[in-house]
Design a protein around this ligand. Structure first.
Ligand code: IMP
Ligand code: MG
Length: 187
């Protein structure tokens, strides 16, 4: 996107090398914890978790299946926290060790919903791995087993995270700082 069409800029919050270093640490921990499991499945939430999931799983040595959910929030005041499953996973989780992988935990509603669903489907175990934890925005408690970074209550983009579907491809996490009011961004 040409610089002049952005109406804002992205301030780096977590540079690429710092992300990669932390992801390697998480992978070592996960690899150790699942060393005895022959039924691990990594479940990502589209689209934001994709960059993180790929980089994390490349470091694992334990066998792992991969699948994805896609969710959206109904986003109206009559159903706060109500999450819609737009795409379900294809693989059965019954009797499996599920590692749920998410880009960011904000209110917690997305993961609380998915965790309930995985337990209802009789996964043997479910653990949660989140790259970013915006704990100041939490409205429902979710247990994060593997946490990349705790961040302030800021709107972040990059490394999978978007603002209106843009910036997902940035190799770092940044804060989108608009020069103009939000909504003016199409100019
Ligand atoms: P939650 O259900 O409120 O925890 O929100 C989870 C989803 O909202 C995440 O998976 C992201 O897709 C999105 N989200 C939350 N905070 C941010 C942010 O700062 N930047 C981009 N997307 C975000
Ligand atoms: Mg997401």
């Amino acid at each position: 996107m040409p610089e002049g069409k952005r109406n804002g800029h992205v301030r780096t919050l977590i540079p690429h090398d710092e992300l990669q270093r932390r992801i390697t640490e998480l992978a070592v921990e996960i690899d150790r914890d699942y060393a005895a499991s022959d039924r691990l499945i990594a479940v990502g939430v589209l689209k934001g978790s994709v960059f993180f999931l790929v980089d994390l799983l490349k470091h694992l040595t334990v066998p792992v299946e991969i699948d994805f959910f896609q969710t959206s929030s109904y986003g109206n005041s009559t159903s706060p926290g109500e999450v819609r499953i737009k795409k379900d996973i294809d693989i059965s989780v019954r009797g499996k060790d599920v590692l749920l992988i998410e880009d960011i935990v904000d209110t917690g509603f997305t993961l609380a919903t998915i965790l309930d669903l995985l337990r209802f489907r009789k996964a043997r175990s479910v653990r949660l791995c989140a790259l970013l934890d915006k704990s100041g925005a939490r409205e429902i408690d979710v247990p994060i087993d593997y946490r990349g970074f705790e961040i302030e209550n800021l709107f972040v983009v990059g490394y999978g995270l978007d603002f209106n579907e843009k910036f997902r491809n940035l190799p770092y996490i940044g804060v989108w700082e608009p020069d103009a009011p939000l909504g003016d961004e199409s100019k």
